[in-house]
Design a protein around this ligand. Structure first.
Ligand SMILES: [Fe+2]
Ligand SMILES: [Fe+2]
Length: 199
């Protein structure tokens, strides 16, 4: 049996894509709220902001990145073409927890300082979201297509088993993020979300 036949299409990659979509919805929602507060179009909803930051700390850092690291490690010995990308992505995974903590601290400071703390939180949040989008884009453009080609069926079996333990990225463990996604859907103007169109 060939080790890279298409019918071994790895379900782990579908899980990752779904996790990226859910993370993108939260990151987009965060950037949207921050920009609207900045423009004076929205009053801060600290509970919503805390829930978004909580999601970012829970899902990507604890569940998503460790599984991707396994795929990166399996790819390393198969090609050197991706070394530069893998170096960057692994370094970004290592820095993810401190980056999330910095975002969390900036939010706490904003909560405590009120409007005076907004500028620092805005800058931290927008740089965080922009870095995350670049990171996910690099993975989707360069890494996962190569992984699909180069990993063996046995390796996919191992990775898939690992990914099957992930919780639903749109709900989280114990459905704790279901409300967050409902709120996010209401934020964005139609047709993206369900909220009222804005001019
Ligand atoms: Fe990643
Ligand atoms: Fe990722």
């Amino acid at each position: 049996m060939s080790q890279s036949e298409p019918f071994h299409a790895p379900s782990a990659l579908n899980v990752i894509r779904d996790e990226h979509r859910a993370m993108a919805a939260v990151l987009d929602g965060l950037a949207y709220v921050v920009r609207n507060i900045d423009a004076g179009r929205m009053r801060p909803d600290y509970t919503l902001l805390a829930s978004m930051v909580d999601y970012i700390a829970e899902m990507p850092d604890k569940l998503h990145h460790p599984k991707e690291d396994r795929i990166f490690a399996l790819l390393r010995p198969k090609t050197h073409d991706l070394d530069g990308y893998l170096d960057s992505l692994e370094e970004e995974h290592r820095r993810a927890v401190p980056a999330t903590s910095a975002l969390d601290r900036a939010l706490v400071h904003y909560l405590q300082a009120g409007a005076d703390g907004f500028g620092a939180f805005r800058d931290t949040a927008l740089s965080y979201t922009s870095n995350e989008f670049k990171h996910m884009g690099m993975e989707e453009r360069y890494i996962f297509p190569a992984a699909r080609r180069l990993l063996t069926a046995d390796e996919w079996q191992e990775v898939n088993a690992d990914f099957s333990r992930n919780s639903d990225p749109w709900a989280g463990l114990d459905d704790r993020f279901v409300k967050l996604f409902r709120q996010i859907a209401m934020l964005a103007p139609a047709p993206i979300g369900l909220g009222d169109p804005q001019t």
